[in-house]
Design a protein around this ligand. Structure first.
Ligand code: PEP
Length: 256
């Protein structure tokens, strides 16, 4: 991999069932085989219960599998909990931590997100830490302050070695699932701010860490977003549920 080859990740959230996700994967694999990607990595994040099924189907393919979340504890009396070791056992190599839906719907704090990030590291899983501001925070000009606080909570916990290999997804809360993406310039400004924040820790780490953009990415806006210097790919929600639109986004990343 050259420094910061692009990556596109599909976050399927709480959608689909065994049959429909199998069909979606067939579509994705067929579309990607036509593209013959050389630079762009592709990941999908199915719901927990389908991780094993999806990982098995994708074994040997170019598409990697990740978990949308993980419990911060290692094991034990945690009814409903799913540990980092379990998602690894199911075939995952990646985990999303701190998605804004988790922060909002499940009141996940910066501290809890850091706990989860740390758990992923302890199992050799690659965490993708999601950061992003609300509309109100943007209106108050607090975007950089908010996203760097969310990032620093993790970096100060795990340090340089613990962050190495991880990724960041900048996902403005107001852009998720709304059809209103950040403009390429807005995304670039925040990505550059996040990279600067990482550079305070280590310049090389900052240069090699992928920062994905997420929030209403579509086949139509992907080319312009990926044209930005510090946008290294995308975390895609809605548009990842259709094989052709997801593949179009991968194509845009490949050609960026
Ligand atoms: C997401 O939830 O990570 C996301 C980016 O969703 P959407 O693409 O639908 O805005």
């Amino acid at each position: 991999m050259s420094e910061r080859d692009p990556l596109v990740a599909g976050n399927w959230k709480m959608n689909g069932d065994a049959g429909s996700l199998d069909l979606l994967l067939d579509g994705v694999l067929s579309e990607l085989s036509v593209l013959a990607l050389r630079r762009c990595s592709v990941l999908v994040f199915p719901p927990y219960v389908y991780l094993g099924q999806v990982a098995q189907k994708l074994r040997g393919s170019i598409v990697g599998v990740g978990s949308q979340d993980v419990d911060q504890r290692t094991q034990g009396a945690v009814t409903g909990g799913v540990s980092a070791a379990m998602v690894k056992d199911a075939g995952c190599g990646f985990v999303l931590v701190g998605h804004s839906e988790r922060r909002t719907l499940f009141a996940e704090s910066d501290e809890l997100v850091s706990d989860k990030f740390e758990q992923c590291g302890s199992q050799g899983l690659v965490p993708i830490v999601c950061v992003g501001e609300t509309l109100e925070e943007r209106r108050r000009d607090r975007t950089i302050e908010v996203v760097t606080r969310q990032l620093r909570a993790v970096t100060s916990r795990v340090g340089l070695a613990g962050f190495d290999g991880a990724m960041i997804a900048y996902e403005p809360v107001w852009a998720i699932g709304t059809g209103e993406s950040a403009t390429p310039e807005q995304a670039e400004e925040v990505h550059a701010g996040l990279r600067k924040c990482l550079a305070e820790l280590d310049e090389d780490l900052s240069n090699r860490t992928r920062i994905l953009y997420g929030g209403s990415v579509t086949a139509d806006n992907a080319v312009a977003l990926f044209g930005m210097k510090n946008v290294d790919g995308a975390l895609v929600g809605g548009a990842s549920l259709k094989a052709n639109s997801f593949a179009e986004i991968c194509k845009a990343a490949e050609e960026s």
